[in-house]
Design a protein around this ligand. Structure first.
Ligand code: ADP
Ligand code: ASP
Ligand code: MG
Length: 409
């Protein structure tokens, strides 16, 4: 007998009809003799609607109360799915994160799972029930409701699969797997049969929202067999694997992009020891995450310093930097919040030269100016103007022949 964790995202449970269809799918798997735990998201649009309500009440909603509010979306779906299962003769029981219990730290809106009590779930499974669990939420040691960050139901599913030692965690969504890039931007994107865990981690962290990054981290840490597939069509989806296949010679596996970027520059900074800390210390103290950082070679004893932040933090970071600029006697602060980051990802990059130059040549041919570059062992990221996002993704997709099964440049 196999134990599977199934996770259904917002669009997969977006209407009563969809929830009924999910119930049928779950019942079928259960009747084949499997034990099934189902993790559900809020019905599509619901989390955004709840956040909107909170913002009508408070411009910056108190995070504890925001979590109480937004965790209700998943509670609605779990009850409806359990009802739908009963209705078709499948015994089920639904639980909130707190009821399970999924213990988290107290970082409201971005809590981390610390421990999962699997006793209740195992008892229900042993009694032949399907267990339905609300995704995206947990409870801290003082019984406060917490949420796991946007897209957090993926992490609930993988964490449960790890705790229950499930045979596989299946993430059902509105695409039939992980693609070479977001098919909404490049319709010629191709589904990958498999992707290495390492590549998936990079793709998720560089903006591919098909899986929440923490779910991929969790899967890697606890060796959870993870698959992404469609809730609408049949198929085997994409398997996240832990080994590189020697058969696959892909140099680049995928292209990720992130629209949530903004950049800030401070010029004419005295080139002295400790300057990077003086600039970035106050930004870190304000709990603003910095991504790329560039410091120019100093000329005339001054230097320029550029870094990127999440677009939501742009205004706050800018005013902090303006204060630092005055304190340091630097020249000026400039910024741009109409930029995006486009990245190519692939383990094949390790053993092949010339990938960066192909990337830069492709962008140059399209007349796209690169504003920042950063590289690591298996990725190259560039910052470009927002208006070039689609063009850059499509041009790179074609240049690296990602629409073809075997890629070579
Ligand atoms: P769910 O509500 O099921 O969690 P999400 O909207 O969070 O679904 O994730 C699925 C979406 O991720 C797809 O509709 C697709 O537009 C987007 N996406 C981004 N990058 C990729 C990629 N590389 N492969 C597949 N989908 C991607
Ligand atoms: N409902 C939450 C969100 O929209 C969590 C999830 O769907 O994974 O972000
Ligand atoms: Mg999601």
């Amino acid at each position: 007998m196999a134990l599977y964790v199934y996770k259904f995202g917002g669009t997969s449970v977006g209407t009563v009809e969809r929830i009924k269809a999910v119930a049928e799918k779950v019942k079928k798997a259960h009747e084949m003799g499997n034990q099934i735990v189902v993790v559900v998201s809020a019905m599509s649009g619901e989390t955004n609607r709840l956040i909107g309500l909170a913002k009508e009440m408070q411009a910056q909603p108190i995070e504890r109360e925001l979590d109480v509010l937004i965790s209700t979306g998943e509670q609605v779906t779990m009850a409806l799915l359990s009802m739908a299962l009963h209705e078709i003769g499948c015994n089920a029981c639904s639980y909130t994160g707190g009821q399970v219990k999924i213990l988290t730290d107290s970082s409201y809106t971005k809590a981390r799972i610390r421990q999962i009590d699997d006793a209740r779930i195992h008892t229900d499974l042993a009694q032949g029930k399907v267990v339905v669990v609300a995704g995206f939420q947990g409870i801290d040691e003082h019984d406060n409701i917490t949420t796991l960050g946007r897209g957090g139901s993926d992490t609930t599913a993988v964490a449960l699969a790890a705790a229950l030692k499930a045979d596989e965690c299946l993430i059902f969504t509105d695409v039939d797997g992980v693609y070479t890039t977001d098919p909404r931007v490049e319709p010629r994107a191709r589904r990958l049969d498999r992707i290495t865990f390492e590549e998936m981690l990079e793709m998720a962290s560089l903006g591919s929202k098909v899986l929440q990054i923490r779910s991929v981290e969790f899967a890697g840490k606890y060796n959870v067999a993870l698959r992404v597939l469609s809730s609408f069509t049949e198929g085997c989806g994409t398997l996240i694997t832990y080994e590189e296949s020697p058969m696959e010679s892909a140099l680049i596996s995928g292209i990720a992009f992130n629209r949530d970027e903004a950049k800030l520059t401070i010029t004419g900074v005295p080139d002295l020891p400790g300057v990077a800390f003086t600039i970035l210390g106050p930004i870190a103290n304000a709990n603003i995450e910095v991504d790329m950082i560039i410091q120019n070679i100093a000329e005339d004893a001054t230097t320029d310093f550029t870094f990127t932040v999440h677009r939501n933090d742009y205004q706050r970071a800018k005013s902090i930097l303006e204060q630092t600029c005055a304190d340091l006697g630097a020249r000026k602060v400039t910024g741009d919040d109409a930029i995006v980051k486009v990245s190519i990802v692939g383990v094949g990059m390790r053993s092949h030269a010339g990938i960066a130059s192909t990337m830069f040549k492709t962008l140059a041919t399209e007349g796209i100016n690169i504003r920042m570059i950063s590289t690591s062992e298996i990725k190259i990221s560039v910052v470009v103007d927002e208006k070039y996002l689609e063009l850059a993704v499509r041009a790179l997709h074609a240049a690296f022949k990602l629409d073809q099964a075997s890629t070579s440049v």
